[in-house]
Write a protein of this length. Structure first.
Length: 223
């Protein structure tokens, strides 16, 4: 079995936390390097945590890896302004992707959002669209972009609106059919599984995954 190394940015978030756990348990990965602003609570023989300043990321901050997983993200409320939000979700993400590619990475999986589009009316979706565009333009051998709708899972931070939608998710699923299927919620752990599958079975080029593709990838049998 071919072994790989992974680089993960966003390990303290909802999806990133599941990615970290699954990558460390995956026999295909012999090393998982995490770029983080602060130390992680966990330790593992195959885990390498690099403390970085994402606003001043440089080539020395990003080690060589085969696969890149990027789930960096915040909210405008937490960031404090639209500019600060764009810095995290777009500029930091693109910087990680750019430096990782220069360090020798071949494949990247990016967590974006349903509705992401550079000319979207909503600021959040415009930023996500701009991020997708810039990361794709870098020219990775394989770029896997994930556009989930509502993410289900336990977050450390409080998001009352999201909790309410999570409670309604079982009732909404049957309604979200046909053209609305991409808006069906997905659990964060299954999204993480889908992201890993997308890179371990990667095909060349840029690919965008919404609900149905995410579900198919998440159901793919892992070793």
């Amino acid at each position: 079995m071919t072994t790989r190394t992974a680089l993960l940015a966003g390990a303290t978030g909802l999806v990133g936390g599941h990615l970290l756990a699954q990558l460390l348990a995956d026999p295909r990965y012999t090393r998982v390097t995490v770029l983080a602003r602060r130390p992680l609570a966990q330790a593992h023989d195959e885990l390498d945590v690099r403390l970085v300043d994402f606003a001043a990321l440089d080539e020395d901050s990003v080690p060589t890896a085969d696969d890149v997983y990027c789930t960096l993200g915040t909210t405008i409320k937490k960031a404090g302004s639209q500019e600060a939000f764009r810095a995290v979700d777009q500029h930091y993400t693109v910087a990680v992707a750019r430096h990782a590619l220069r360090a020798g990475a071949h494949r990247i999986a990016l967590c974006s959002s349903i509705g992401a589009k550079s000319d979207a009316r909503q600021f959040y979706l415009r930023v996500k669209g701009d991020t997708e565009r810039e990361v794709t333009a870098l020219g990775y051998e394989s770029t896997q972009i994930f556009r989930p709708s509502l993410l289900l899972g336990n977050r450390d931070e409080r998001r009352p609106g999201e909790r309410a939608m999570t409670a309604l998710a079982p009732l909404l699923a049957p309604v979200l059919a046909g053209p609305l299927r991409p808006y069906r919620p997905v659990t964060a752990d299954r999204l993480a599984t889908a992201m890993i599958t997308s890179l371990t079975t990667a095909t060349p080029g840029a690919h965008i995954h919404t609900y149905d593709a995410i579900t198919k990838l998440a159901n793919h049998q892992q070793p």
